[in-house]
Design a protein around this ligand. Structure first.
Ligand code: 6PG
Length: 241
């Protein structure tokens, strides 16, 4: 499970943008197309801005990338809290990605319609062991160790049958998320964490196997951590090579 550390957020986002581009183009070269699930929250904003600014020679063939979302809040797409809005403002809009390439979680609809619609969209992806197989899923982490909307103790985290569900999360309202089996069937997971307020949780996730943090349930064989120095501050020094 590689842990990549960078001096500051700009360095983190530049390196992550290069890695995202590399992985997407590899998928396009291998299979003619790529599927990418975007993370929400605030951390990815800098990554999306870097991706949108990649010179053509360093960018993937964006026309062959299908965009999905790891999770969404139960708000309209133009709501300030909508993960879709942040992604559109910083990535999809600047790149002029056609709507046909964007699989938005239509979280403003009734819950059963949202769940049925997105499960159907995910079912159109290549499948592995009966699960949708995304080429790359971008993730963030909360200070409670949640990722996507897989919050500790939530029905979202516990779900093992459906690919996508919505559930009420105490203090957060209704949330929609890809479920853990879908995250763990992706070809690649990139977990981006920035800021000193996450340092304790990063250290627990890496150094306390019994911490029972949702991020600790991610498939480590496909997972890369991208950290700035502030988020990595409480990790034990890297073992000398
Ligand atoms: C969301 C995200 C969530 C996010 C973490 C970290 O919808 O909020 O999917 O999992 O990645 O909460 O959020 P920040 O990047 O804002 O710290």
């Amino acid at each position: 499970m590689p842990i990549r550390r960078f001096a500051d957020p700009p360095a983190l986002f530049q390196a992550a943008a290069e890695r995202v581009s590399e992985r997407l183009q590899a998928a396009i070269d291998a299979r003619g197309q790529a599927s990418l699930a975007l993370a929400g929250g605030s951390t990815p904003r800098g990554l999306y801005q870097q991706l949108a600014q990649l010179p053509t020679a360093q960018a993937p063939d964006w026309h062959r990338v299908a965009f999905y979302f790891g999770d969404e809040r139960a708000v309209p797409p133009d709501h300030p809290d909508a993960n879709y809005r942040m992604a559109h403002e910083n990535l999809l809009g600047p790149l002029k990605i056609p709507p046909a390439q964007v699989h938005r979680i239509e979280a403003e609809r009734p819950q059963q319609e949202v769940e049925a619609h997105y499960r159907q969209r995910l079912a159109q992806l290549p499948q592995q062991d009966g699960w949708p197989c995304l080429d790359l899923i971008l993730l963030g982490m909360g200070d409670d160790g949640h990722t996507a909307s897989l919050f500790p103790g939530s029905a979202l985290l516990a779900e093992r049958q459906a690919s996508f569900i919505g559930a009420e999360v105490p203090g957060r309202g209704l949330r929609y998320s890809l479920t853990l089996p879908v995250l763990n069937h992706a070809r690649q997971l990139m977990l981006l964490v920035s800021g000193k307020e996450k340092a304790d949780t990063v250290a627990r996730a890496q150094q306390e196997p019994g911490a029972q943090l949702p991020v600790q349930q991610l498939n480590t064989t496909h997972l890369e951590w991208y950290l700035d120095q502030a988020a990595a501050a409480h990790l034990k020094p890297e073992a000398s090579p």
